[in-house]
Design a protein around this ligand. Structure first.
Ligand code: GUN
Ligand code: ZN
Length: 432
């Protein structure tokens, strides 16, 4: 069956960090997306596509902005229930809030309940793909992949490995990390729309032996992504230095164990040194900006424009639950504010690009998701650019698309997400 989704359509033709924003975008005031078999078959003016495909079922979203679903490149779904926990910096926040909650995920029923709740929350916020950490427990990975498969979503995730500096019950070992990750990878990687991600939490909670074991696993499965944390807080960096006295810098604690490569995603990456920036550029690894987390936990200001203009792949992420929101709109707003604090205001096109194409590229999924383009998977959202009285009165006065859109980026929430399509099928509303 084919379906025509009508509205204002917005897609990217270039990277707005490399091309002037206005030239990087294709905007059709009255546009349409043709969806067939879960994929985008065509995009163009509504009248043309209607005439060419008279048999297609039509869903008209009026003035709604039809665009690619959001891609959240760094989340911890097991932290759903502790989001917005008060008053701690990273290490205390992990010990006091995160680890006690993560201990609960050995129970498959609890893991399944949170995984379903989490995916429904992100869908309600217009996010159709996430790259998630799970917990030490294989059950937590099973729960997320099963919930994603049931919803037809494209999800990447992995078992979070730790063998030191974590409480009893949240520690594995080098051999267990390797064996359990490998078994999960074999079962889930490439099944339905799911990808396995090799996931050492961060070097302070892994021994060199564990990092080496996971480096070996990645060498055996180089088509997998590898995700971890890098240079988030200054106290964390001081801790890492005490644990790895021979390392040249934080990145070296990964590099020396085979955990640096093009398919790596490093969350936060705020306090980078010159050697690290140079090595990351040579490698083409992705940096993931987590702005609501970096302000909420008090970590620092990520240099988005510098890294993106230099050509480093940069993704955008909520970092739920260190981040204080499930919404990529809220996350774009925080990225804008962090840019302002660094003297580099990001254009709305750059914010939207980071939340879709940028994150998709960071996850090496740019040929599948993240943009409205023929051949891509039909993960599509519709934004209502007048979703609240405050936003409406501002948008009504807009002369350009960007003026109309920016109030929704800054003030919008799940009320602005008018519709969500996963692989071309409408996602149930109100589940979140
Ligand atoms: N560093 C190591 N683990 C975590 C985590 O769960 N959240 C954040 N924000 N940083 C981390
Ligand atoms: Zn994280």
């Amino acid at each position: 069956m084919s379906r025509l989704i009508l509205g204002q359509t917005l897609s990217f033709t270039a990277d707005p960090f490399a091309t002037p924003a206005a030239e990087a975008v294709r905007h059709e005031r009255r546009g349409a997306v043709l969806v067939e078999d879960g994929r985008i078959a065509a995009i163009g003016p509504a009248d043309d596509l209607r005439a060419a495909h008279p048999q297609a079922a039509v869903t008209d979203h009026g003035d709604g902005l039809v665009m690619a679903g959001f891609v959240d490149a760094h989340v911890h779904y097991p932290q759903t229930a502790i989001i917005a926990s008060w008053g701690k910096r990273l290490i205390d926040w992990l010990n006091d809030y995160t680890f006690p909650e993560e201990l609960r995920f050995g129970d498959p029923d609890y893991a399944a309940a949170v995984a379903g709740r989490y995916l429904d929350l992100v869908l309600a916020n217009g996010t159709t793909t996430v790259c998630s950490y799970c917990t030490i427990h294989p059950e937590s990975v099973e729960a997320l992949f099963s919930a994603a498969e049931a919803r037809g979503m494209r999800i990447a995730a992995g078992k979070t490995c730790m063998d030191r500096n974590a409480p009893e019950g949240l520690r594995d070992s080098p051999a267990l990390a390797y064996d359990q990750s490998k078994a999960l990878l074999r079962k889930w990687h490439g099944r339905a729309r799911l990808d396995y991600v090799i996931t050492p939490r961060f070097s302070p909670t892994s021994t060199p032996e564990q990092l080496e074991a996971l480096g070996s696993l990645w060498a055996e499965h180089p088509d997998c992504l590898m995700q971890t944390h890098l240079s988030e807080q200054t106290d964390e960096i001081a801790w890492m230095r005490g644990l790895f006295p021979d390392a040249r810098d934080y990145l070296d604690t990964y590099e020396r164990f085979g955990l640096l490569g093009e398919r790596a995603l490093y969350g936060h990456a705020i306090w980078l040194e010159a050697r690290e920036i140079a090595r990351l550029a040579e490698t083409g690894a992705a940096l993931v900006h987590c702005p609501t987390s970096n302000t909420f936990i008090g970590s620092g200001l990520f240099r988005t424009r510098e890294h993106a203009v230099a050509g480093q792949p940069v993704g955008l992420a909520t970092d739920t639950g260190g981040g204080s929101s499930f919404s990529m709109l809220r996350t774009m707003a925080a990225a804008y504010e962090v840019g302002q604090l660094s003297g580099t205001p990001l254009h709305p096109a750059q914010l939207l690009w980071l939340a879709t194409c940028g994150s998709a590229r960071a996850m090496h999924l740019q040929d599948r998701i993240g943009n409205l383009e023929a051949g891509r998977e039909a993960d599509i959202i519709v934004l209502d650019l007048a979703s609240t009285p405050a936003i409406r009165q501002r948008a009504q006065e807009a002369d350009t698309l960007w003026e109309a859109l920016f109030p929704t980026i800054m003030m919008g929430d799940d009320r602005a997400v008018a519709a969500v399509y996963v692989a071309g099928k409408p996602a149930p509303r109100g589940a979140g």
